[in-house]
Design a protein around this ligand. Structure first.
Ligand code: FAD
Ligand code: NAI
Length: 466
């Protein structure tokens, strides 16, 4: 069988790429090794984690916020199997949606492990070991990423878990040890803390959320501590003893020194993810990797081997579903002879905790490192009418604008619904807005988004409600 495009992997990068290629009239197929389509994001990532974040947030609200709004329902009781079923139904619905979309767009689907056998030849090996060779004018590698592991600590997905195991724990651990204060650690740590676990987060660096604006990270850490999550920064877990009924983790200062031992029922290892290229035959095909094992691509998402492209978590850049999707669209357009493009300066980043954390563009640390002169406008949710009336005043909006041109260079939000609000900032930045453009745009009252307008006004020290 012969195709214009074959995409290996059906995560948000792969399935979106295949649909766009088919829309453009290219004969397209996907190859997927797992039982369901949708990749990490739909099966064991974005979607199930957001279902548990949503359900556990409502559980906590029922316990702590309903009473003060005059809704007396008594103490909520956790039915964990039912909550897991709620999550699984959401995953199932999304996965089936991808199946439907691939069929609707007449994308052929092959089950098995894809390997680049020769230029223009893709070998697919199914579960039973049967092999089939497909011809392709272009191959897109969209094989995503896998959990990063710690030397000497074996993930059994029962007591020492990755995010995958942390999404299916059969009971709430009394004590949860989280290794890594990144996105996964804080999202899934929040889920289990809300459901009753004591959570300790151990982070190698002296701050949480590396890469995020430091002011945001510090303020967010204080909020999480108020909620009951404990942190041990500048520390590393050097070993976990699994011999007893409780895990015994050795925690050492990152800079060296004596270790202390901490008990836990479950340890979540969340120290990052690594590109997944196993079984693809890249070395034999001559496809180059970069120094971190990612498939190396040029500005057109092309590898060094003609006709082979790569997108998503398996290449450089933030490991985010929407980044993978946008690259999927761009590469399909490039293969079809059009001008596909991704603006890497405007990729929003959201942490779906309570409150949410969202950012787009540069942090203050980025701008200082680049020597760019900027002005910051900041507005707290304590001064926003809607946040106040809802008693949801944790957090702020911060806008960073170029001192000379006033162009918005970065927007950072800690606050309720920050993930939805950041879209306004992304659109504004995509259109090259100045802070004054945002400040002069009429925002509906009373909404949380007025905090964005006020932060924009604060860039020139003229916010009204502060
Ligand atoms: P993947 O989704 O990893 O898909 C790769 C696919 O390729 C898989 O289906 C795999 O089986 C298949 N494959 C691999 N090798 C082969 C082969 N040789 N042959 C055939 N098939 C193969 N991102 C967000 O933007 N928002 C979030 O809220 C979010 N939450 C997350 C929560 C968790 C717990 C995790 C782990 C990740 C989360 N992410 C989130 C990150 C997001 O899941 C990834 O960025 C995204 O899935 C990357 O998409 P992808 O298409 O590159 O790869
Ligand atoms: P991460 O890169 O966000 O965080 C890993 C953390 O572990 C870092 O703070 C790092 O300093 C720390 N660390 C590394 N080694 C350590 C050690 N030995 N001891 C203690 N700490 C150590 O990675 P994470 O949280 O695993 O997530 C992986 C990827 O998945 C992220 O890149 C993210 O983009 C994506 N993701 C996105 C989500 C979202 O968009 N809401 C949600 C979940 C994941």
């Amino acid at each position: 069988m012969s195709y214009d495009v074959i995409v290996i992997g059906t995560g948000p990068g792969g399935y979106v790429c295949a649909i766009r290629a088919a829309q453009l009239g290219l004969k397209t197929a996907v190859v997927e090794k797992d039982k369901t389509f949708g990749g990490t994001c739909l099966n064991v990532g974005c979607i199930p984690s957001k279902a548990l974040l949503h359900a556990s947030e409502l559980f906590e609200e029922t316990a702590h916020s309903f009473g003060r709004m005059g809704i007396d329902v008594g103490a909520p009781k956790l039915n964990l199997p039912a909550m897991m079923k709620f999550k699984d139904e959401g995953v199932d619905g999304n996965v089936k949606g991808v199946d439907y979309l691939l069929k609707k767009n007449k994308v052929d689907t092959f089950r098995g492990v894809g390997r680049i056998a020769a230029p223009g030849k893709l070998e697919v090996t199914d579960e039973g070991g049967r092999k089939q060779t497909l011809d392709a004018r272009a191959v897109v590698i969209a094989t995503g990423s896998d959990v990063a592991r710690l030397k000497g600590i074996t993930i059994d997905e029962k007591r020492i878990v990755s995010s995958t195991g942390a999404l299916v724990l059969p009971k709430v651990p009394e004590k949860l040890l989280v290794v890594g204060a990144g996105v996964i650690g804080l999202e899934l740590g929040s889920v289990w803390r809300r459901l009753g676990a004591q959570v300790l987060v151990v982070e190698f660096l002296d701050r949480i959320l590396p890469g995020m604006d430091l002011d945001v990270a510090r303020s967010f850490q204080r909020i999480l501590q108020k909620q009951g999550i404990a942190f041990k920064l500048a520390s590393k877990v050097s070993a976990i003893d699994t011999s007893g009924a409780k895990l015994k983790a050795s925690i050492e200062p990152a800079a060296g020194g004596s270790a202390e031992t901490v008990d836990a029922d479950v340890a979540l290892i969340a120290v990052g993810r690594v590109p997944y290229t196993e079984g693809l035959g890249l070395a034999e095909a001559g496809v180059k990797l970069d120094n971190r094992g990612r498939v190396a691509v040029d500005a057109h998402l092309a590898t060094n081997v003609p006709g082979v492209y790569a997108i998503g978590d398996v290449i450089a850049g933030p490991m985010l579903a929407h980044k993978a999707e946008d690259e999927g669209v761009a590469v399909a357009e490039i293969i079809a002879g059009r001008a596909g493009h991704v603006n890497y300066d405007v990729i929003p980043n959201v942490i779906y905790t309570y409150p949410e954390v969202a950012s787009v563009g540069k942090s203050e640390e980025d701008l200082k490192a680049e020597g760019v002169a900027y002005q910051a406008g900041k507005f707290p949710f304590t001064a926003n009418g809607r946040a106040k009336v809802n008693h949801q005043t944790d957090g702020f909006v911060k806008i960073l604008a170029d001192t000379k041109t006033d162009r918005v260079l970065g927007v950072h939000i800690v606050g309720p619904d920050a993930g939805n609000m950041i879209a306004e900032a992304a659109v504004a930045m995509e259109f090259g807005a100045s802070s004054e453009d945002i400040a002069r745009t009429c925002h509906a009252h009373p909404t949380l988004s007025e905090a964005i307008k006020e932060a924009a006004m604060a860039v020139e020290k003229r916010s009204i409600h502060m």
